[in-house]
Write a protein that binds this ligand. Structure first.
Ligand code: FBP
Length: 548
């Protein structure tokens, strides 16, 4: 593999780790835990893994010996910077306990386990990928691990390779599946432990014990760099409004973090739109008013950040999508046979009157994007819905009307962008490189101490790495019951933007000024080498959440 000078230098980087993981550890167990809600149902569904205590690893002076162990690893779902470092952490962790231990990677996500597609990850392979972005070492995939047949087929290959523990690196859905798998293997005494790792750039897998999912920090820095560049461009030519959609399937954490970093003129927060019960027209009017006010000052330019999932948070759209989900399940085969040109009318005729009217009011391309296949977890593929174009078009129409009425005097020209894939495979920031390596290393300790149904957890990460707290959180603790594919299912509760939380409140206290003044910040590219205040700071969201 040909490498750039930066890649070569970066390969030498030694991730910083919590002090407790630098030598032998002892385990500190807390009190039994409970799920965040629906306790009885969750306990009934997870009789073998429910209620386990929270775990913390502390330094120990006692050297224990561990037998060699074979471990499997799966990367699941969307790419997130730092995945390779989690694998490197697991590898170094199990080797530090016994040099004969071996690591196997399942190829292209959970499908690799079911299809028995794997490779042994040896030291030379691991070294090739240290501190690199991407998931290309073993690839990732979105196959949902959920049936007994899949679990049993997986067990065949785990047994054949003598794998005693499996680490699933994924988001909320994949960690939910990890917990179901852990429960199943324990219930049949399969002798395979299952450990999860919190991954997703979306930042919505977090709670009091999981400070953040890895990849969020790096992805937001990449997007903020590019948004900053666009802000500087638009402040130079002063002729465009840029509508920028940012990844984050449901939660608006990415948009909020980028807003805190770059100080744009507008940033929509889906959770707020839902809480205020705003319609699409309310959102359009709000942005158009800011455009008009800036135009009065001669500023016919600006930047609007749009969270990818916003469409699902506008109550009327949410109701429409919910009905579309059920409808597409029911009429899937019939719908597939309808000619493309007739699909829109077909849907309009089948939906309930209210949702039909909303569907009919949407531009045709956006309406049809809403009917595209759901992902294997039943989610609308919001990355395919061009909300940035929808909003730019609707605001253009509104401003033209205001112009005719003499209420708008300026010019309005737009550019649209979607940033998502650009940031998901970036080389991890120092924060993500350190955090991921520590998560992987912690997973090796959870395995060594016989744990299953746990998520690897590293906390206190706004402090220097030596003070980070490594341990494990029982996955059932994060669960509640939700409706998926028309059925109630146990799932890890998604962490949406907390409208009472400090990151959102900080944004609210500044946004009126950012809307009218041009007070852009240009964060520049991620820095890997240099002073700690430039290279090692956690995200603004995490700093504000932790009060640091
Ligand atoms: P994960 O939750 O699996 O990490 O993926 C998140 C994400 O990056 C979203 O931000 C985005 O909507 C989605 O993946 C895109 O999915 P795909 O990679 O399948 O196009």
């Amino acid at each position: 593999m040909t490498k750039s000078a930066l890649q070569i230098a970066r390969a030498e980087y030694k991730p910083k780790m919590p002090l407790a993981l630098l030598g032998p550890v002892k385990i500190k167990e807390g009190a039994p835990t409970e799920s965040v809600s629906d306790k009885e149902e969750i306990q009934k569904l997870f009789p073998n893994t429910y209620g386990q205590p929270i775990i913390e690893f502390e330094p120990s002076s006692q050297h224990s010996s561990f037998p060699p162990i074979n471990v499997g690893v799966i990367l699941s779902g969307g790419q997130a910077p730092g995945g390779h470092n989690v694998i490197a952490g697991i590898f170094d962790g199990i080797k530090s306990l016994n040099a004969e231990s071996r690591l196997f990677g399942f190829i292209l996500g959970p499908a690799g386990l079911i299809e028995h597609n794997y490779m042994e990850l040896t030291a030379d392979i691991i070294d090739e990928y240290r501190n690199t972005g991407g998931f290309d070492m073993i690839g990732s995939g979105r196959t949902k691990l959920e049936t007994k047949e899949q679990f049993d087929r997986g067990l065949l290959i785990l047994k054949a390779l003598d794998i005693k523990a499996l680490v699933i690196i994924g988001g909320d859905d994949s960690n939910t599946n990890a917990c179901v798998l852990a429960e199943y293997y324990k219930s049949i005494n399969a002798g395979v432990q299952v450990i999860g790792c919190p991954k997703t750039i979306d930042g919505d897998l977090k709670n009091e014990m999981i400070e953040c999912s890895f990849g969020f920090d790096t992805a937001c820095r990449v997007y903020s760099e590019v948004i900053g560049n666009i802000q500087r461009d638009c402040n130079s030519s002063r002729k465009y409004w840029h509508f920028i959609k940012l990844m984050g399937r449901s939660a608006s954490h990415i948009a909020l973090e980028c807003a805190l970093q770059v100080q744009p003129n507008v940033c929509l927060i889906s959770e707020e739109i839902e809480a205020k019960n705003q319609s699409l027209d309310d959102v359009v009017t709000e942005i158009a008013k800011i455009v008009a006010r800036r135009a009065e000052q001669g500023n016919n330019f600006g930047v609007v950040l749009i969270p990818e999932g916003v469409i699902e948070f506008i109550p009327a759209m949410k109701a429409l999508i919910a009905e579309l989900n059920e409808f597409l399940m029911e009429y899937q085969s019939e719908f597939g046979l309808i000619r493309k040109s007739e699909q829109r009318n077909y849907v309009i005729n089948k939906l309930s009157p209210k949702n039909s009217a909303v569907f009919a009011s949407l531009p045709e391309n956006v309406a049809m994007q809403l009917t595209l296949d759901r992902d294997p977890h039943g989610n609308v593929q919001v990355s395919m819905i061009e909300t940035e174009k929808l909003l730019a078009e609707m605001i253009t129409t509104k401003l033209a009307k205001w112009k005719a009425e003499g209420k708008f005097v300026g010019k309005f020209a737009t550019q649209t962008h979607f940033f998502g894939y650009e940031g998901r495979c970036a080389a991890p920031s120092n924060y993500d490189a350190d955090y991921c390596y520590s998560l992987g290393y912690t997973a090796s300790r959870l395995i060594a101490y016989g744990k299953t149904g746990y998520m690897s957890s590293v906390r206190n990460t706004t402090k220097p790495a030596k003070d980070w707290i490594a341990g494990g959180v029982p996955i059932t603790m994060m669960m509640n019951m939700e409706r998926r594919h028309g059925e109630m299912k146990p799932v890890i509760q998604k962490a949406l933007v907390d409208l009472k939380g400090k990151p959102f409140r900080t944004f609210v206290s500044k946004r009126a000024a950012w809307a009218i003044q041009t007070d852009y910040v240009y964060p520049g590219p991620i820095q890997y080498f240099g002073p700690t205040e430039v290279c090692d700071q956690p995200s603004k969201t995490l700093q504000l959440e932790s009060g640091s």
